[in-house]
Ligand binder design. Structure first.
Ligand SMILES: [Zn+2]
Length: 171
């Protein structure tokens, strides 16, 4: 396993949410994930396709985004969203082909090689501006908010697939 950080996606807690069961461990194989359940639940170890975890990764964040209160700062051209404990505030910026957030989840996703990181704050912003997905956002990039952004991209233009089912990883 070249990139142990991929356990961020193929995590025990994700497996627990997917199967609604207590999970003892997850192990990454080439194309799939072995999920071993805690004893006493009558569940045998299971091999699961990576795409199941990838889809859950996005769906979980989309669902969590519903609890996020987003505000737009027109003077600065970016969005703000509070952390769940309201102790911090994150900054979310729009670019023509991706969104960027200052939270730890977004940064970790970038570090482990996800080409278009999407945290719950980024999904909340998409919802706020009336987009249903990142693909939808990119398609409708005439979006008025983009014009407010400083267009600093260049190397930021990615040609990757954008839907969460098609996320590509560096491993
Ligand atoms: Zn975020």
């Amino acid at each position: 396993m070249k990139n142990p950080n991929l356990y961020y996606i193929y995590s025990k807690s994700a497996a627990q949410r997917i199967f609604d069961a207590e999970v003892k461990k997850v192990q990454i194989f080439h194309n799939c994930i072995l999920v071993v359940f805690n004893k006493g639940q009558g569940l045998k170890p299971k091999f699961v396709a990576k795409r199941v975890f990838k889809a859950h990764f996005a769906e979980y964040r989309k669902a969590s985004a519903r609890q996020v209160f987003v505000s737009y700062k027109p003077i600065y051209g970016y969005f703000r969203a509070p952390s769940s404990n309201l102790q911090e505030s994150y900054r979310i910026e729009l670019f023509p082909r991706h969104l960027k957030c200052s939270c730890a989840d977004w940064r970790t996703q970038e570090e482990i090689g996800i080409k278009s990181p999407m945290c719950k704050h980024a999904y909340a912003v998409l919802d706020y501006i009336g987009n249903t997905s990142l693909a939808d956002y990119i398609e409708r990039r005439g979006c008025e908010f983009v014009d407010h952004q400083r267009q600093t991209e260049g190397t930021d233009i990615y040609l990757q697939e954008v839907h969460q089912e098609k996320m590509t990883y560096d491993y």
